[in-house]
Design a protein around this ligand. Structure first.
Ligand code: SF4
Length: 355
């Protein structure tokens, strides 16, 4: 077993940054910033891998990577309402199993992540308890899925499931593989972004055992596309496992067309298909990162003018009742009520002439 591969990602986790003083070894922080971190972490957890900290701008406090993972005093100003905006708890079928739709369910394998995102809609929950489903709990979850023939797709999420050992991932995938009515497994992870060292050859061997596995990752900014993260994406894709990305639209991070295009096309060039651009929904302490819906729709319109459709994601908002597409509406009405749309050259087309 290539011990050094394992050592690298375990080292990153063991040396995760948890305080302002530790972070100050990587970037320049003012005394106020250190005090703010201390104050916010009394309520919301911080964890940052040394790898991710090394990507931050040392001097710019508005660095988008800093904004995504360093506690911001504005978190304490946001109203503490909507702890569970998607009412996920109401879909709980067993410890760690949520079924939102007839055909799809989600296993929440762990509550831990390598880094804690300030915008996370599970902020009420992730990182608050260091919890991982036991094998017995996994068996119970699998039993429930096995007994419900409607379920076609299982999502494995958390927290970040790839923070767990290969054996634990293998245990779950092997069990799911035996369920005939489950066609597809989707595994959500941000390790590609925060901890690319996690994508080892041995992990790939485990993932490849499940024939219809999709990896869903979460890049938000082009600065996250580094030599290491690109190598991790390539390793997965080159082994025949499809990778999709969902970004979250965040104020002051990626809320403009140029940043979004650089990110999305950077992903496409590295075999990652942008699937969703999610509107950031308000949850505990994240108001300062939430944009207007108009911002997202304008970005999508701009992207259509300047990028191949391969890079265009669906703009959506997650609600507890399901995802709702928020794509821009191209259809307008003239003063006589006739419906028309315009193309990229601003040419007008009447809909009744196309039907
Ligand atoms: S990695 Fe995912 S689950 Fe973890 S804090 Fe970030 S958004 Fe939330």
């Amino acid at each position: 077993m290539p011990q050094s591969e394992n050592k690298k990602w375990h080292w990153q986790l063991k040396n995760s940054i948890k305080t302002g003083e530790q972070l100050a070894k990587y970037i320049n922080l003012t005394d106020k910033e250190k005090r703010d971190i201390k104050k916010v972490t009394e309520t919301y957890k911080m964890s940052i891998t040394p790898y991710y900290a090394s990507l931050m701008d040392k001097n710019d406090s508005n660095c988008p990577l800093r904004r995504m993972v360093i506690p911001n005093i504005a978190e304490l100003d946001s109203p503490p309402a909507i702890p569970d905006p998607n009412k996920e708890k109401s879909f709980e079928k067993a410890t760690g199993l949520r079924q939102e739709f007839k055909e799809k369910c989600t296993i929440l394998l762990t509550l831990m992540c390598p880094n804690y995102c300030r915008h996370c809609f599970r902020k009420y929950w992730v990182g608050r308890v260091n919890s991982v489903l036991t094998n017995r709990q996994i068996d119970e979850v699998v039993k429930k899925i096995n007994s419900n023939k409607n379920i076609e797709e299982v999502c494995i999420s958390g927290g970040d499931p790839l923070i767990l050992s290969n054996d634990r991932i293998d245990y779950v995938l092997t069990k799911l593989k035996k369920i005939k009515h489950v066609d597809v497994v989707r595994l959500y992870t941000r390790t590609l972004v925060f901890l690319p060292q996690r994508i080892t050859d041995n992990l790939i061997k485990v993932l490849k055992k499940y024939p219809t596995l999709y990896i869903c990752t979460h890049f938000n900014h082009p600065k996250e596309l580094t030599k290491e993260s690109i190598a991790a994406c390539r390793k997965i894709a080159d082994n025949g496992i499809p990778i999709f990305n969902q970004s979250v639209l965040l104020k002051g991070v990626n809320d403009n067309s140029k940043t979004m295009k650089d990110l999305l096309w950077g992903l496409v060039k590295n075999k990652v298909k942008p699937l969703y651009l999610q509107h950031c929904i308000k949850t505990m302490g994240n108001d300062y990162l939430v944009t207007k819906i108009d911002v997202g729709q304008k970005i999508i319109k701009d992207l259509y003018c300047h990028m191949s459709v391969l890079g265009i994601p669906l703009y959506d908002v997650i609600l507890y009742s399901g995802k709702v597409l928020m794509m821009p509406d191209y259809v307008k009405k003239d003063k006589n009520g006739r419906r028309f749309f315009t193309n990229l050259l601003e040419e007008k087309f009447y809909i009744d002439k196309l039907e």
